[in-house]
Design a protein around this ligand. Structure first.
Ligand SMILES: Cc1cc2nc3c(=O)[nH]c(=O)nc-3n(C[C@H](O)[C@H](O)[C@H](O)COP(=O)(O)OP(=O)(O)OC[C@H]3O[C@@H](n4cnc5c(N)ncnc54)[C@H](O)[C@@H]3O)c2cc1C
Length: 376
């Protein structure tokens, strides 16, 4: 069994927990640090949409990462259940992508054609007939059969339990202050509980990664991008697939709960929910699915996505620091990309060749270098 010695993981969201578990399974001694209970930030707040992928070796690396991840999700969910007894709610439910005036439906159809993903395009006048639960203003839609969803809080609970069962030491409620570098290597990190040492370190602090990287003079263009979710409850069972229109979506959980998201707003590290955003999201959902007009608003919340300039993550070795690795900046796609990202980063940390080239995910890539496929 290969090993990477003792690893310290900075941040216990979906990225940190998945990487910690994967490394522990490989025989590494892993410590994970989070300044609160694990999995309470963006990873908890997200909608849990997992788009499918069947990219080929000649596809853009972002599509290959999505494909790798979606291919791993089912097995990972089974392994989590077997190890912890916790069901993460992963299920293939399909997604209806609705036309909008930004052309995002065409983009989805093109992607499905290129990757030979099972899909069905329905146009007027058939839309009305086939999707009789849909509101009046949708001229076309495309069903992507293999889209899945996961229940974020359940998934995080399962990951944390899997980490503990696999020997990961979790230091929650411990804050990382700064990283100490000596001769291009991290020698230790300063935390609220004193100095912590390790052989290798992974930065998985989501929207807060930029500040920690800055403590070692690394420029990491990760910024907080707020997104709101509205939770509706309704005795309505006419559709069980996700509905997406551009960047907005309705995720039916199958138990009478519907997540409606989301927007993007940049107001720093602020999770205050704007009531107007809640009204707008709810109104949009009810316009798309009039059956939700009777829904009760249960609650709403906001999370801070780790935004990167091109929407793609930063993965692999940190430039100029030999024993610091990155798995951050996943923006709108951190849940769906988590098993793939953790696999690639673990491979690099273990000295193995990753299945998808990881260098293009370096923070040194030119701006706009990495386009992304699906919208969320
Ligand atoms: C509204 C919304 C909807 C979304 N929907 C989807 C979706 O459908 N599908 C999808 O794939 N993605 C979705 N996302 C995006 C996804 O949630 C994120 O990309 C992902 O959760 C990022 O995970 P992370 O582990 O990098 O960050 P986080 O989950 O934010 O975790 C970072 C962790 O680092 C810790 N930390 C930070 N600073 C320190 C410090 N100094 N010391 C110690 N610990 C620290 C934090 O406490 C936190 O636990 C959505 C996001 C939002 C907000």
């Amino acid at each position: 069994m290969s090993s990477c010695g003792s690893v310290v993981i900075l941040g216990g969201g979906v990225q940190g927990l998945t990487l910690a578990w994967f490394l522990a399974r490989e025989g590494c001694k892993v410590r994970l640090i989070d300044r609160q209970a694990c999995g309470r930030e963006a990873s908890w707040a997200g909608a849990g949409i997992i788009p499918p992928g069947q990219a080929s070796d000649s596809s853009p690396v972002t599509d290959r990462l999505r494909s790798l991840s979606s291919g791993l999700f089912f097995k990972m969910s089974e392994d989590l259940l077997a190890l912890t007894g916790i069901d993460n709610g992963y299920r293939i439910c399909g997604a209806w992508h609705l036309a909008d005036d930004q052309g995002s439906l065409d983009q989805v159809i093109r992607l499905c054609q290129v990757e030979r993903l099972a899909h069905e395009v329905v146009q007027e006048p058939l839309v009305r007939h086939r999707l009789d639960w849909l509101g009046p203003d949708v001229p076309a839609a495309c069903f992507v059969a293999q889209t899945a969803q996961v229940r974020n809080p359940w998934h995080l609970k399962a990951l944390e339990a899997a980490c503990r069962k696999s020997g990961v030491v979790i230091n929650d409620h411990v804050s990382v202050g700064k990283l100490i570098v000596e001769r291009n290597r991290i020698s230790s990190i300063e935390t609220s509980e004193g100095m912590i040492h390790g052989d290798q370190f992974a930065l998985t602090a989501g929207a807060w990664s930029c500040g920690l990287a800055a403590s070692v003079n690394v420029v990491l263009p990760v910024r907080p991008v707020q997104g709101v979710i509205v939770l509706l409850e309704c005795l309505y069972s006419h559709f069980s697939s996700i509905i997406e229109q551009g960047k907005r979506y309705i995720v039916p959980r199958g138990d009478g709960l519907f997540l409606v998201g989301s927007n993007e707003v940049e107001i720093g590290f602020d999770k205050t929910v704007n009531p107007q955003t809640v009204e707008e999201l709810e109104a949009w959902a009810q316009q798309m699915v009039p059956g939700l007009l009777n829904a009760r608003r249960v609650t709403s919340w906001a999370g801070l996505r780790p935004g990167s300039p091109d929407g793609a993550p930063f993965l692999g070795m940190c430039p100029n620091i030999e024993n610091l690795f990155l798995a951050t900046g996943h923006y709108r796609a951190g849940l769906q990309l988590s098993p793939g990202s953790a696999t690639l980063v673990a491979d690099v940390m273990l000295g193995r060749k990753p299945a998808v080239p990881i260098d293009p995910f370096s923070p040194l890539r030119p701006e706009g270098f990495l386009p992304r496929g699906f919208n969320n």
